[in-house]
Design a protein around this ligand. Sequence first.
Ligand code: AMP
Ligand code: TRP
Length: 342
Amino acid sequence: MSETSFTPRVFSGIQPSGNLHLGNYLGALKRFVDWQDRDVESIFCMVDLHAITVWQDPVDLKKSTRELCAGFIASGLDPEKSILINQSQVPEHAQLAWVFNCIARMGWMQRMTQFKDKAGKNAQNASLGLFAYPALMAADILTYHATHVPVGEDQKQHLELTRDIATKFNHDYGIDFFPVPEPVIEGAATRVMSLRDGSKKMSKSDPSDASRINLTDDADTIAKKIRKAKTDPEALPSEADGLEGRPEARNLINIYAAMNNQSVDEVLADVGGKQFSEFKPMLAELAVSKMSPITTEMARLMEHQDEIDKILSRGSERARAITAPILRKTYEIMGMVPPIEM
Ligand code: AMP
Ligand code: TRP
């Protein structure tokens, strides 16, 4: 089927599971804003139904969902331009997920490495939802007929599955109904690494708070964490080849490049030959200037939860104008008897 016959539309989601950090910002939020600014219709989702595939404390889930929404807006997503939604408020996600549970094959699901990682040795005790997670993700995307999905490297396999589901549905019903969406994995910061260990991903679950810059950190904390970041004793190279085997140096340069909208080569052309004692204050200054407006706005929004809740309600209303007709059509294609107007 042709992948170009659908109007370009962007969809992506993040789990509201707390502790938004610089990796989420550079790897996801900032890239979402770039899409929005390209004037492509875009939908960004707090995937609370995905979060509950593992136990969530109800009070924390509510707080994390609002905090994520605040993070989206503070990062530059404009709720008038983009559609911002909380997944559970748009019922078509879960409804289409059921349909896709019936399209996806057990064998496909069993190959998902994220399930194997998350379920660990105790797969028998994992929730059925954790196993079905990627079918819900396919529904998130396809209930909007989205064509482009900005994600991190780790979601590539789930996107492949989404493509397989769309293709099988179209084939089984002999109709070009769902687009086969493209993953978009790009930018200098698709993997921001820990500030304490350049071989580990910056992660919300790292026990060391110094390993990450949180979107709730104030300016002093941001600067301090960068000053203390692990480095090596060499001066910075003038070309990217010189970062080989120097994961911490590479990470700090990648962060600088992504924050300053530059390529790694451009940054190295400027800072090559400098010692970390000179480079770190430059990075700290850049990080504070880029991040503290975001952290400040996030904190302000968190004081006005009613504003956040209104934005999400309005978002789901706009979303349903897209998703309800697509679900209706899906049911019609499959032979469900529709309700009649009375
Ligand atoms: P997570 O926090 O793992 O649920 O991820 C939410 C989003 O942020 C996904 O799009 C991830 O790919 C992205 N992300 C998470 N950690 C990093 C990181 N260290 N570097 C780059 N992107 C990340
Ligand atoms: N699984 C994604 C993650 O953990 C989150 C997600 C859910 C998502 N639904 C999506 C991402 C749809 C892109 C599109 O990061």
